[in-house]
Design a binder for this molecule. Structure first.
Ligand code: ATP
Length: 236
């Protein structure tokens, strides 16, 4: 059965914490390609950087590996966009099995998602570790997880939807929030007064550039600096 993997996100900006564990999973699950799917108007997040910039950064990210492609369907759907509606639109487009990748933090918040109980009508949820080697779902998800969980990769291919797979992905301790803050620290020329001395300022800038070099694909980093994204507190 044809199967596709999708990672939805704000991608503000996209980083290797998104891409590396997801690519690891593609091999583990024997899936050929991963769509990075920027969300339109996230109901629970405010995004100051334009949709166009986020899409351009996702496209640059996808150029890093031939298994990646931008999946822009959500941007053409009516607002407000919700994951369950987007998944239904994807299914209507070509009826492939969808493995929808999410980080463990997203799983733990699942009950705040619009019509969360219908998500498994349209996909399998594949969960990547986020901050910890173990999964510690909230109490009110435990029974639901027990009822829907599988550890069998073949079942993901055999069944069209309805399963949750907790994946053994390596930890990638980074977030877009940290990277936005790092770019702002790196670019700022007025930080000095907030630091005790030159050494502290130097250390902060060094940590920021190290984080950026480690976690942002070079093309995305170049794009951010060319377009001066995240450099002012107001566009973080
Ligand atoms: P922000 O810091 O702005 O909240 P983020 O880094 O969490 O952003 P999103 O674009 O909101 O990134 O995340 C999209 C999806 O990728 C979510 O399901 C999230 O859990 C997952 N994800 C993001 N970063 C990581 C990471 N470092 N490891 C594993 N999963 C991640």
């Amino acid at each position: 059965m044809a199967i596709r993997a999708i990672l939805g996100g704000t991608f503000n900006p996209p980083h290797l914490g998104h891409v590396s564990p997801a690519l690891h999973l593609l091999s583990a699950l024997n899936i050929d390609a991963l769509g990075l799917m920027p969300c339109k108007l996230p109901p629970h997040k405010s995004v100051a950087v334009s949709e166009e910039h986020r899409v351009n950064m996702v496209k640059l990210c996808c150029e890093q590996d031939k298994r990646l492609y931008p999946e822009l369907i959500e941007l053409s759907l009516p607002s407000p966009s919700y994951t369950v509606k987007t998944l239904r639109a994807l299914k209507e487009r070509d009826n492939k099995t969808i493995c929808f990748f999410i980080g463990a933090d997203s799983l733990y918040n699942l009950k705040s998602w619009f019509e969360w109980e219908r998500l498994l009508d349209f996909c399998h949820l594949v969960v990547m570790r986020r901050d910890s080697d173990t999964f510690t779902p909230p109490d009110d998800l435990v029974e639901w997880l027990k009822a829907n969980k599988t550890e069998d990769v073949l079942q993901l291919h055999a069944q069209p939807n309805g399963l949750v797979f907790l994946a053994d992905t390596p930890l990638h301790p980074v977030s877009s929030t940290q990277l936005r803050s790092a770019v702002q620290t790196d670019a700022s020329s007025t930080l000095q007064e907030t630091y005790m001395n030159e050494t502290a300022l130097h250390d902060a800038k060094f940590q920021a550039t190290t984080l950026i070099a480690k976690w942002l694909p070079q093309a995305v980093s170049d794009y951010i600096y060319t377009h001066r994204l995240y450099q002012e507190l107001s566009n973080k």
